[in-house]
Design a binder for this molecule. Sequence first.
Ligand code: NAP
Length: 441
Amino acid sequence: MSLKVAIVGAGPAGFYTADALLKSESECEIDIIERLPCPYGLIRFGVAPDHEKTRNVSRAFARTLENPAVRYFGNVEVGRDISIEELQDAYDAVVLTVGAGRDRPLGLKGDDKAGVYGSASFVNWYNGHPDAVDLAPDLSTPAALVIGVGNVAIDVARVLLKTPEEMAATDLAGHAAQAIHAAPIKDVYMVARRGPSEAKFTNVELREMGELAEAVPQVDASVIPDEVEGDMSDRDRRVREKNLGTLREFAVREAGEKPKRVHFVFCAQPTEILGDGRVAAVRLERTRMEQGRPVATGEFFEVPCGLVVAATGYRSDPVPGAPFDDERGIIPNDDGRVAERLYTAGWVKRGPSGVIGTNKIDGQATAKIVLEDLGAGAGRPGRAQLLSVLDGRNVRIVNYADWQRIQAAEEAAASGDAPRAKFCNVSEMLAVLDSDSAAAE
Ligand code: NAP
């Protein structure tokens, strides 16, 4: 008898968990349940629109959805359409892989002012996530400030600075393209509370900032150390050394080389967002590094700006009916085990870190635990019971064939070299299916 598994969340961690189960010796029937009609989670809504190659991984995920042992249940929300308890009753194992889609609170004085956004909402907005389509950030400012120097901060700064031509072959959401390309932003400040050696961005992403058509990187050479100090893996040391090398190249670039600038401001801790209702400047305190930690110096300065994006990390939303560690923003778990027949993988299991591939190892680890616990002890009805519950509640399931029709319509609507014109509302996605059925009648 096959092991019946429900995976909640159709992002990378969900697919990697499903793949690992399918590759095991146990026979599995897997249902992937997703709140939105569209699958792929972070691949669709987190990866920057101009990093289309990174999105290629969704082709492998599509093959998983085409596996006869797998069924896609899009547009089905756990907590609204079906409860965790009901899933546990129906399946041998339920794996929660809902990711980390919220902003971690910044906790900075003045962070409730208009014009201050978290990167989760801001990235979702330009990537056309239905939850963020109405964000409508006011970009009518000559200067923006991004807090943090991770890869998300780099993505945000780059998307704000790229020209319409540089974004032409991307799937930047239509509303965001209009707003960003009409904005008068000339300067983007990326601020780091620690030094250049401690920056979290990776080198390929950093180097892209030196190749923008209209923006030149700026950094103060005096803050770049001669070498990377401290204990770390060889890999980490190499990444940091490369970053320092790239920043040294940036330090000799002329501010007037191009019409716009991206400023890397290191050793500066934001202390307050200033302005009368709306952000007008950010107050920062200079820090100095002591054993990898920022130490306040008592020296303050201000950066005038009309937009602040805090790219300081994500957290997960609680899944109704599942335990939640509110402080860490994750589902508390023991190597992926949450409760009887309830498991987790990905960012909601370990927090928002690592690249997409990191979730592969994580999904494999959770799949191994599921098989260890249940490999031989299956017997629940699985899919038949889910279908019966959803049918009883008139839930409109978007299956894989439906998703393919929505995807085809997005591709058909794209202009020029763009890969797709994303539908940014659930109703628009469902309308594609309605118009198909109307045409068939
Ligand atoms: P991240 O890499 O953890 O970077 C967060 C940044 O915010 C760090 O610079 C951090 O500084 C800073 N920060 C946190 N709290 C702060 C505070 N209170 N005040 C000031 N600064 C603060 O997180 P992320 O950029 O959100 O990325 C999440 C994960 O996705 C990462 O693993 C990233 O590599 C991955 N990702 C990868 C790509 C790609 O491969 N192209 C693209 C996007 C995201 P400290 O270091 O001092 O804490």
